[in-house]
Design a protein around this ligand. Sequence first.
Ligand SMILES: C[S@@+](CC[C@H](N)C(=O)[O-])C[C@H]1O[C@@H](n2cnc3c(N)ncnc32)[C@H](O)[C@@H]1O
Length: 287
Amino acid sequence: MKKDTIIIGDALTVLRTLPDNSVDVGVTSPPYNKGERDKGWLVDKVIYDIASDRKDEVEYQEEQINVLNELYRIIKPGGSFFYNHKLRWNRGWLIHPYHWVSKTKWVIRQEIIWQRKIAGNIRGWRFWQVDERVFWLCKPRKGEENEPIGEELKPRHAKLTSIWQIRPEDKINWVPDPFPLALPARCIYSVMDERKGCVIDPYAGSGTTLVAAKLLGHEFLGIEISEEYTKKALERLLNAEREKKRLLEELKLHQVELTFQERKQRGIAKPRKTIKKALAPKQERMF
Ligand SMILES: C[S@@+](CC[C@H](N)C(=O)[O-])C[C@H]1O[C@@H](n2cnc3c(N)ncnc32)[C@H](O)[C@@H]1O
């Protein structure tokens, strides 16, 4: 299997050619099928270089299920895939991504709220939608298919919650809706920790997931339908080191004063204030 590159082509078609159990972790944000016509007046229309963001919704969801099931085959047992999507409405009816994600082979480990802090692609019918979702999907380890609890997160990630407050990317403007680097970096680092492996993004766009993977020392593989985006993403990957500072800012959040086990042993339910108390000598803690 090719590595450290981006294959130009349709995600599903290319995924079908990749071997079973060959990748450790993946992160992606597919086209959302938001439609190019009814975008509202607050943001630009989503128009990709060549792909359409306006498909029949049933076909769209079937395609996404097929893509996710191919990824399930390709990811190693015990591996994870992070699938970013958002809630949409069609003529007033809510379309939640859980609707099709739950029809795939994956075990849904968690639905993370990505609080983007700013947004504005709906009009006055609802409160401003500032969130997106990140589904943390797991492939059970061998023998754990009926009880897919999975591996525990390493203590250093313990401060992160199920709500991720990360501002949208503001420097890359040649792909609609690129990830901020922190998002794929958080996904990859939280599950891989110091282990090294291979990371995939089947809708690679500007290559943010792949840049995060490279900076974290992993092999990577992207798939992208646009030749133009791929050319620019490969250039970006060559200069990945320039983005190291942003990666390090994210890694700073993956630190704890006490591990899960130490907190449990000291009977500390909540971090912060109580941690200070627990660390202080006994006599100082009397008041
Ligand atoms: C939301 S963007 C991904 C942005 C990416 N996360 C980043 O950080 O730049 C979706 C990408 O999927 C690509 N795309 C759309 N349809 C595709 C398909 N069938 N196969 C592969 N890529 C596709 C688009 O060209 C676009 O670059």
